[in-house]
Design a protein around this ligand. Structure first.
Ligand code: GLY
Ligand code: MN
Ligand code: MN
Length: 440
């Protein structure tokens, strides 16, 4: 059974109330838990609860369904979950059961998951709007339609089907975009441990090591702090850093190369997402430093744009300008900076955007545009700022000294009332700080 502090339960109850207020009376929300996924044959992937489900329940068990029915007389929050079973629990661990769902997780009403086919049609019958996210789990979609059809078949007996199906994510994902104090605490903890992991990797890095040996340092730090990686760790030495989603992590780290590491831990379902790039031998070469200083300047310029009132695209715009100016300076691109930005020539060496929302999901939920315009930044939003430059070997027209240099610098940034707070700035990122830390 998952453990929770009382304060946590209050937070989950507050979220359910807020969502139910937006749904209004006569509505019903249905949220299934994440399904267990198999890696191969009998071996399961580690179970990770669905983010929407956990956000509203704090309940980490599989085979559960949460239902919210604002105004329902017999209770607004109904939780279907696995029944207690001593024999099975010997194999798979303790379950909350229905009593636990009510006592520890704040459910108003609780049923065994095996009774859902009998109970849910009755709940659906009493509502006229169903909030449900279609398309995430085709099996569950089918079951929801099955329940609705079941009611339809009994229409002559006076049963009525809900008139409207509404995507749950509009309200829910907007809520998730604004982080509460409790959420920010989790994200700060994820950031703190992930920063420690990056510092640890920088300290132990030596020429001749394999990329996976550095990956192991992150896993050590995460697991020693009750965390898992929030996503697959990327450790790319030399030219591997130019492969954006490189995860083989198998190559030998060479003396004169940089290594790019994109790694973050997950604390109670909240992610950190940090990238640092540093020299394998602890000293930047002149060419590496030239490229690095440009990426760093771009990142600082982008972070400088993170404040309430500015819009989502402002940090990206600032980063693209600094990077493009730098690319011209280094001779990677030729022409006028404005034109190179306008026709997107910079994309040859900077092909991704400067960030994304961050939260329970690494690429977190929330719209980036509202009414066709870039969204304004507001306090409580958390985003990454992660410009980079990627120059593969044999890049035509590029001096050889820049070949196989791939650099990204990524921090997690909270929008505050008067600007922003970088949650991950404990990980060294200036040339001087990195070299000093690695020499230590
Ligand atoms: N680690 C995934 C990303 O940086 O977007
Ligand atoms: Mn990221
Ligand atoms: Mn990342």
């Amino acid at each position: 059974m998952n453990e929770l502090r009382v304060t946590d339960q209050k937070e989950f109850a507050r979220r359910r109330k807020q969502l139910m207020r937006m749904m209004g009376k006569g509505a019903l929300a249905i949220l299934p838990a994440a399904t267990i996924k198999f890696r191969n044959r009998d071996a399961e992937y580690p179970y990770r609860q669905d983010s929407d489900f956990y956000y509203l329940t704090g309940f980490a068990e599989a085979d559960s369904v949460a239902v919210l029915a604002p105004g329902r007389e017999h209770g607004e929050y109904i939780l279907f979950s696995q029944e207690r079973d001593r024999t099975i629990e010997t194999w798979t661990g303790r379950r909350a059961g229905q009593d636990g769902a009510i006592e520890y997780f704040g459910a108003d009403d609780a049923f065994p998951i095996n009774d859902i086919d009998d109970v849910l049609p009755g709940l659906l019958e009493q509502c006229d709007r169903v909030y449900y996210t279609m398309g995430c789990d085709p099996d569950f979609d089918g079951r929801v339609l099955g329940w609705v059809n079941h009611i339809r078949q009994h229409a002559r007996g006076g049963a009525r089907t809900p008139g409207e199906f509404i995507a749950l994510e509009h309200h829910l994902h907007d809520m998730r975009l604004y982080k509460s104090r409790a959420e920010i605490k989790c994200m700060e903890r994820a950031a703190e441990v992930s920063v420690a992991a990056h510092k640890r990797a920088m300290r132990v890095c030596k020429p001749g090591m394999r990329e996976y040996e550095l990956e192991a340092e992150y896993l050590h730090e995460f697991r020693c702090n009750e965390m898992q990686p929030a996503y697959t760790t990327i450790v790319g030495g030399g030219g591997n850093a130019c492969v954006l989603h490189y995860t083989a992590n198998s190559a030998k780290l060479r003396d004169d190369d940089l290594v790019l590491i994109d790694a973050g831990g997950e604390c109670d379902h909240y992610a950190a997402d940090i990238t640092r790039t540093f020299p394998v031998n602890g000293r930047f070469s002149a060419a590496q430093r030239e490229v690095y200083e440009i990426v760093l300047a771009a990142q600082m310029a982008a972070i400088d744009q993170v404040r309430p009132g500015n819009c989502w695209n402002d940090p990206h715009r600032a980063a693209v300008r600094v990077l493009t100016e730098g690319m011209v300076e280094l001779g990677l691109l030729k022409g006028a900076v404005d034109a190179l930005i306008e026709d997107e020539s910079y994309r040859r060496f900077y092909m991704h955007r400067t960030g994304h929302w961050l939260g329970m999901d690494v690429h977190d939920v929330g719209d980036y545009k509202v009414g066709g315009a870039w969204r304004q930044l507001e306090p409580g939003m958390v985003l990454t700022v992660e410009p980079g430059l990627y120059i593969p070997a044999k890049s035509k027209g590029v001096r050889k000294r820049y070949w196989d240099i791939g650099i990204r610098i990524e921090d997690d940034v909270l929008v505050t009332k008067d600007g922003c707070k970088v949650l991950t700035d404990g990980a060294p990122k200036t040339v001087a700080d990195i070299e000093a830390w690695m020499a230590g």
